[in-house]
Design a protein around this ligand. Structure first.
Ligand SMILES: [Zn+2]
Length: 456
């Protein structure tokens, strides 16, 4: 009886709430804001357009046009004369919860958003923690980009990696739905359904899987409406077979170079770097050209993560005891340059966190890498870090460019990023889903939140 009464009260309460919400929606139409007179770089790679107005209603852009041409009605006006607007930036390779540490993650997310980053791809973590962070940034409880996460799949040897223990506490390694060990006995449709149930946008094909299982996982993930993000070499599977499987995005341009090895490394756990002397001495490498041709045919994106490798080269000069990565920065830059010149879509991913003292997210290093090490012009760099990133995240319908119908995700700059990509550091404001975050309000990340870099 009591239970029944409670149920009734709850239902009545919900009905009352629905009425209130309905009335509210009818009385107050979403706020309209006119951002006027800016030079707009729309993220498609098209040249900058001076004197543009952007009309925003609620969380979406409703129109973009020459200054003074839009029907504004009762819009609040924000004068952006003498300013530049680019789409919200997208980092296609972050890790927010390895191991889960909400305080640290919230600090990182804050630095990302106030640094103009409005979407990230989370490339494997404890998704219990990432789901909560994702909900919080989505509804605006904490400042941060939208998060699109991946559930990891890999062969059994990978599950001895200590990072797996850290992201799946409470589970036997390889059995958490967001970090599943896959072998020839796995019921693949069930594995994908479990991954999908975590709220992940994609599976990430990480390591230690043969080509036939990669192809099966990819086909099933696509059938169930998930994206497939993969390492560009999966060990023992070569890059050509990863691409042939039809994955949507491959991470780490460096690993593509394993295609030139006469004998492929048997497992991910073998960290032998790429034999760079096997690549063509100068100019385009013909084997890599074959990979890029296949990627172009399939529309595969490369998540370059180049600045990570450049950073490591620098670090090893002072700390030669540190194990080398699989490529040097120079080789990574060369592979990305060849991809970009071949027309392969390149996205801007980092796979590292900026030092605690840095006011800027690591993505700025990747923009510098693409501009200076690879040689991409600033418009192409912005395209990589916006629309291509949105495609990689499966969000191109909603973000990645400045266009009517898309989310109001953009960045206001005080200096011209086409003159110098470093001018992203002149950021005045980030707008995400129509909400403004003035750079002046940025509270720097602290050692207390982030931990001390030196102790890492
Ligand atoms: Zn990563």
């Amino acid at each position: 009886m009591v239970a029944r009464f409670r149920k009734f009260t709850l239902l009545a309460g919900l009905a009352a709430l629905a009425v209130t919400a309905g009335a509210k929606a009818a009385d107050a139409p979403p706020q309209r804001v006119l951002y006027s007179g800016a030079t707009v770089i729309d993220g498609t790679g098209a040249p900058a357009r001076a004197g543009q107005d952007i009309l925003v209603e609620g969380e979406r852009i409703v129109a973009v046009g020459p200054h003074g041409s839009l029907p504004t009605g009762q819009a609040r006006s924000v004068d952006l004369a003498g300013r530049w607007v680019i789409p919200g930036l997208i980092d296609t390779h972050v890790h927010m919860a390895t191991p889960p540490n909400p305080k640290r993650a919230q600090a990182m997310l804050r630095r990302l958003l106030y640094g103009g980053v409005t979407t990230v791809r989370d490339m494997a973590d404890d998704l219990r923690s990432v789901s909560e962070l994702s909900r919080q940034t989505l509804v605006g409880e904490i400042p941060g980009p939208d998060i699109r996460a991946a559930a990891v799949t890999a062969g059994p040897p990978f599950f001895n990696d200590p990072r797996i223990g850290a992201v799946s506490m409470g589970y036997k390694a390889g059995t958490a739905p967001w970090a599943q060990a896959i072998d020839e006995n796995t019921d693949i449709p069930t594995a994908i359904t479990l991954a999908r149930g975590t709220g992940a946008a994609a599976i990430k094909i990480y390591a230690d899987l043969p080509a036939d299982l990669i192809a099966k996982l990819t086909a099933e993930a696509h059938r169930q409406g998930m994206l497939v993000w993969a390492h560009s070499a999966v060990f023992p599977t070569r890059p050509a077979d990863v691409i042939a499987a039809g994955v949507d995005v491959v991470s780490h341009a460096c690993y593509l170079a394993y295609q030139v090895e006469p004998v492929m490394l048997a497992s991910y756990e073998d960290h032998t770097p790429v034999n760079e002397s096997l690549l063509a001495k100068t100019g385009d490498d013909p084997v890599i050209a074959g990979l890029y041709k296949a990627m172009l045919a399939k529309g595969t994106i490369v998540d370059a993560t180049g600045s990570l490798f450049v950073r490591y080269d620098k670090l090893r000069k002072t700390h030669p005891e540190i194990r080398p990565l699989r490529c040097t920065g120079a080789t990574t830059a060369r592979l990305v340059r060849q991809a970009w010149k071949a027309g392969v879509p390149v996205s801007a991913g980092t796979d590292f966190e900026a030092d605690v003292a840095s006011p800027w997210p690591a993505l700025y290093d990747e923009l510098d890498f693409l501009a200076h090490d690879v040689g991409m012009p600033p418009l192409a760099v912005i395209h990589a870090a916006t629309l291509v990133g949105a495609e990689a995240a499966g969000q191109a319908k909603d973000t990645g460019s400045i266009a009517a119908g898309k989310l109001a995700n953009f960045v206001v700059l005080a200096a011209d990023p086409v003159k110098d990509i470093g001018n992203v550091r002149s950021i005045a404001m980030t707008v995400k889903r129509g909400k403004e975050f003035a750079r002046a309000d940025y509270r720097p990340v602290t050692v207390e939140e982030m931990g001390n870099d030196d102790e890492d």
